[in-house]
Design a protein around this ligand. Structure first.
Ligand code: 0O2
Length: 219
C-alpha cells in the first residue's frame, strides 16, 4: 500500500484500526480509475480532463472534532458509519466543462454508486465557494472479504481551487469575528474568477472549433 507512508504517523492506525486499510484501498481504487479514464482519452487523442488529483484520509483529530460536533461517539466505527469524507479525493480540472465530464464518467462506472451530489458550482455557497462534490460508495477487497466504503470526491477547476485554497488559509473554520468587508471582497473575487473560468473555456472551445474546421478542409 503506497498510502501507508502518509498515514504511518499521526495516530491514524490507532484511531481507524483496520478501517484504515479500507480507506486506503478506496482511495487507491478511485485514483487508478481516474488515471485510467484520462489515459484512455489521451490514447484516443483527446485532452486530459484532470490537471491533478489530491487525496487525504481525514486526520484522527479532525474526525474526532467532526464526530464531537455532531454529538456522535468518537470512534472509528462511528466515523465509518456516519461520516462520508473519511476518505477524500480532490480532482482539479482545467475547465468548467471538464468538471461535469469527469463527474459524468465516474457516475457511469458500474461499480461506483453515487450517494449524494452537492453542486456548489451551480449553487455556490454564500461566501463564494464553488466546487462539485460527490459522495460515492464502492467496494474494496481486503483479506478476501468485500467491504463497501464511501469517499468524498471534490471536483473543481484550477481557478476555483486557487480561490478555495486561499480562502481556506484565511478564513474557513477560523474563529474570526465578523468582517463583512473581507467577506464581500472574497465573494467578489470568486465572481471575477468565475468569469475568468468561463472565458478560458470559451477560448478553448473556439480554438477547438477552428482546429476542426482546418482538419475538415484538409480532408
Ligand atoms: P476539510 O478540512 O477540507 O476536511 P460535512 O462534510 O457533511 O460535515 P458539509 O458542509 O455538509 O459538511 O459538506 P460539504 O458542504 O460537502 O463540504 C465538505 C468539504 O468541502 C469541506 O470539508 C471542505 O473541504 C470543503 N468546503 C466546504 N465549504 C467550504 C468553504 O466555504 N471554503 C473552503 N475552502 N472549503 C469548503 P471539511 O471536512 O469541512 O474540511
Amino acid at each position: 500500500m503506497t498510502l501507508l507512508k502518509e498515514t504511518a504517523n499521526g495516530g491514524f492506525f490507532d484511531f481507524y484500526g483496520v478501517n484504515l486499510f479500507f480507506l486506503e484501498a478506496v482511495i487507491e481504487k478511485l485514483l487508478q480509475r481516474i488515471e485510467d479514464i484520462d489515459d484512455k482519452r489521451e490514447a484516443m487523442g483527446e485532452r486530459k480532463l484532470c490537471d491533478n488529483v489530491r487525496y487525504r484520509i481525514k486526520t484522527p483529530d479532525s474526525m474526532k472534532a467532526k464526530l464531537k460536533d455532531r454529538g456522535l461517539p468518537q470512534t472509528a466505527e462511528s466515523a465509518m458509519r456516519n461520516v462520508c469524507d473519511a476518505a477524500g479525493l480532490r480532482i482539479i480540472c482545467p475547465y468548467i466543462d471538464d468538471v461535469y465530464e469527469i463527474a459524468r464518467i465516474l457516475s457511469a462506472q458500474s461499480d461506483i454508486d453515487v450517494v449524494e451530489i452537492k453542486d456548489y458550482i451551480k449553487n455556490p455557497k454564500k461566501n463564494g465557494y464553488r466546487s462539485y462534490h460527490m459522495i460515492v460508495q464502492t467496494s474494496v477487497c481486503y483479506m478476501g472479504e468485500t467491504h463497501f466504503v464511501t469517499c468524498e470526491i471534490q471536483i473543481r477547476t484550477m481557478v476555483m481551487n486557487s480561490w478555495a485554497s486561499a480562502e481556506h488559509q484565511m478564513r474557513y473554520k477560523k474563529e474570526r469575528g465578523e468582517d463583512s468587508a473581507s467577506e464581500e471582497l472574497l465573494k467578489s473575487c470568486a465572481e471575477k474568477m468565475l468569469a475568468i473560468d468561463y472565458s478560458m473555456m470559451e477560448i478553448r472551445k473556439s480554438l477547438e472549433n477552428a482546429d476542426n474546421v482546418t482538419t475538415k478542409l484538409a480532408n
